[in-house]
Design a protein around this ligand. Structure first.
Ligand SMILES: NC(=O)c1ccc[n+]([C@@H]2O[C@H](COP(=O)([O-])OP(=O)(O)OC[C@H]3O[C@@H](n4cnc5c(N)ncnc54)[C@H](OP(=O)(O)O)[C@@H]3O)[C@@H](O)[C@H]2O)c1
Length: 324
């Protein structure tokens, strides 16, 4: 049984705690918060064995095998390094780090410590996404010509909230933009070139952004925002038909149409819980196989995604304080 501990008793840690119960070979062993009261509330809600009032204290527990890091992305580097110092395996929320250089340092340290590390990009593990990818690779919609994917929300939060705060890695790209970019990467791989524009917030992070990725025979139109609501259905348009994927980053359902708009296939995999179970299953599978890296969410892929976001931010001249 792999004993998991959660770092950060915030919003998304709830999804992890709900999903882990259905994962064979995993147990929700501990939760750590900077505030013991928050940790104890989580403990009560999810029946967690141990509650800690500091991250370090939990990491010192010799019975803990693997941590799930659910803190703001500006702190992922620090919390992963601390976890590795304590020889713990890691599943870390997206965006994995602030940039490629931090991600590289984490992977180097993990290798030294012989610890497993994986970015919690749950979209890559959804059975719908994997089935759609296989179908498209086998010619379901012909050759991909266009991908259209955006993730735009109006998130009304205070300026010091992690979504807006620069020192915590705020901005649309790292928070939600990573999903359209990942979606394009799953189906089209690495772009040859790109163009991008962005609208800043008062806190000087990207409020909204547009990215166009150019491939040899295809184009991806990508957009993300934390200040304006948008459509959440992605389209993959091919030479023989198209795929419509509502809630493309988190859903179990996709519909395939021919060029005359006739529905020809529905892919439907309802989540067992909330969709987080598949990435947790992958961690357990890898640890049981003594693998230090997932083949689905490899270190190389995380580095590629971080590099793409570094390149995009370079165009906008957006640097995080940790990068000065
Ligand atoms: N996979 C997904 O669908 C998904 C969805 C949302 C978010 N996320 C990712 O998950 C991470 C956390 O997001 P969230 O929405 O859960 O954020 P959140 O509600 O703000 O929670 C983050 C937690 O981090 C801890 N923390 C430690 N130092 C902090 C600091 N200086 N300022 C603020 N919080 C601090 C806090 O926990 P304690 O007070 O308990 O220590 C806080 O509750 C982000 O990287 C985000 O991108 C993923």
């Amino acid at each position: 049984m792999i004993r998991f501990g959660v770092i950060g008793a915030g919003n998304i840690a709830n999804n992890f705690c709900e999903a882990i119960n259905v994962v064979e070979g995993a147990s929700l062993y501990a939760i750590a918060s900077r505030d013991i009261k928050k940790a104890e509330d989580y403990q009560k809600t999810y029946g967690i064995k141990k509650a800690y009032g500091s991250y370090k204290e939990m990491l010192e527990d010799p019975l803990l095998d693997c941590v799930y890091i659910a803190t703001p992305h500006g702190l992922h580097y620090e919390h992963m390094m601390l976890s590795l110092e304590h020889d713990k395996h890691i599943l870390c929320e997206k965006a994995f780090t602030l940039n490629e250089s931090q991600a590289k340092a984490v992977f180097t340290k993990a290798k030294e410590k012989q610890c497993f590390v994986m970015e919690a990009m749950w979209t890559r593990f959804l059975p719908m996404v994997q089935t759609l990818k296989q179908g498209i690779d086998e010619g379901l919609i012909g050759d991909i010509k266009v991908i259209d994917a955006q993730l735009c929300f109006d998130i009304p939060v205070a300026e010091d909230h992690r979504v807006l705060a620069k020192h915590l890695g705020g901005g649309a790209l790292l928070d939600v933009g990573i999903y359209p970019i990942t979606f394009a990467h799953i189906f089209l791989g690495k772009p040859q070139s790109f163009e991008t524009t962005m609208t800043p917030t008062a806190t000087k992070v990207d409020g909204s952004n547009k990215i166009t990725y150019y491939y040899e025979n295809a184009i991806a139109y990508l957009k993300s925002s934390i200040i304006e609501k948008g459509d959440t259905t992605a389209l993959i348009k091919g030479s023989k038909g198209y795929a419509k994927v509502p809630w493309f980053w988190c859903s179990g359902k996709a519909e395939i149409f021919d060029l005359e708009d006739r529905l020809i296939k529905t892919i439907d995999y309802p989540h067992k819980v909330n969709g987080f179970e598949y990435e947790i299953e992958e961690v357990v599978r890898c640890l049981n196989n003594q693998q230090l890296e997932s083949f689905v969410m490899s270190h190389q892929t995380t580095l590629e995604m971080m590099r793409q976001m570094d390149d995009i931010r370079k165009v906008w001249n957006l640097k995080y304080p940790q990068e000065d």
